[in-house]
Ligand binder design. Structure first.
Ligand code: ZN
Length: 182
């Protein structure tokens, strides 16, 4: 990523001149995102930022993120390809109060404490917002068999080897609830 942060004065210039910037970022450079990706995920996310004047005289950035990531299947813990194609129109505001003045407060991005737009954080937030919470292979047959203790037995496949995963606990709780409900 060549551009990390854009100061607010520069943002105003970019909006006035309707500038367009292109860049790319390695997913491994986005720590919150890297933590949920399959091991060995490589590649780049392509970024495109189109600036224009937005509502309430704020700069607006039309962000496009494209690429491919490898998520972790919550059934077999194998990698699941996830194509990334995100488009967002975000009004740049200095604080939450300014965001609430907008007609669409959620379509906004906050400047950091130094009054600059942190591109890394903005891209990471947008990707995490649309990422599937519990990615799974579409077809059960695509799941790698290493963790299936009892092939053909659905319950065994779903919980085997997943004790370290956040959703494994949820499944167990649901199963307990179902049992106690009988
Ligand atoms: Zn799988």
């Amino acid at each position: 990523m060549r551009l990390e942060r854009i100061a607010s004065a520069r943002l105003a210039e970019l909006a006035t001149s309707r500038a367009c910037l292109e860049d790319e970022v390695r997913p491994a450079a986005l720590p919150r995102l890297a933590g949920v990706l399959a091991d060995g995920t490589d590649g780049r996310l392509a970024l495109r930022l189109q600036f224009e004047a937005g509502p309430e005289s704020r700069p607006l950035v039309e962000l496009r993120v494209a690429g491919a990531l490898q998520l972790v299947c919550q059934r077999c813990l194998g990698p699941v390809p996830w194509p990334v194609e995100i488009e967002a129109r975000l009004t740049v505001v200095p604080d939450e109060a300014a965001a609430e003045m907008l007609a669409e407060p959620f379509d906004s991005v906050l400047l950091d404490a130094d009054g600059a737009l942190c591109l890394r954080t903005m891209v990471e937030d947008e990707v995490l917002a649309v990422m599937p919470l519990a990615p799974l292979h579409d077809d059960r047959h695509e799941c790698r068999p290493a963790h299936a203790e009892a092939p053909g037995e659905v319950a065994g496949q779903e919980t085997a080897g997943e004790t370290a995963r956040p959703f494994a606990g949820l499944r167990i709780l649901q199963a307990e609830a179902a049992k106690s409900g009988k």
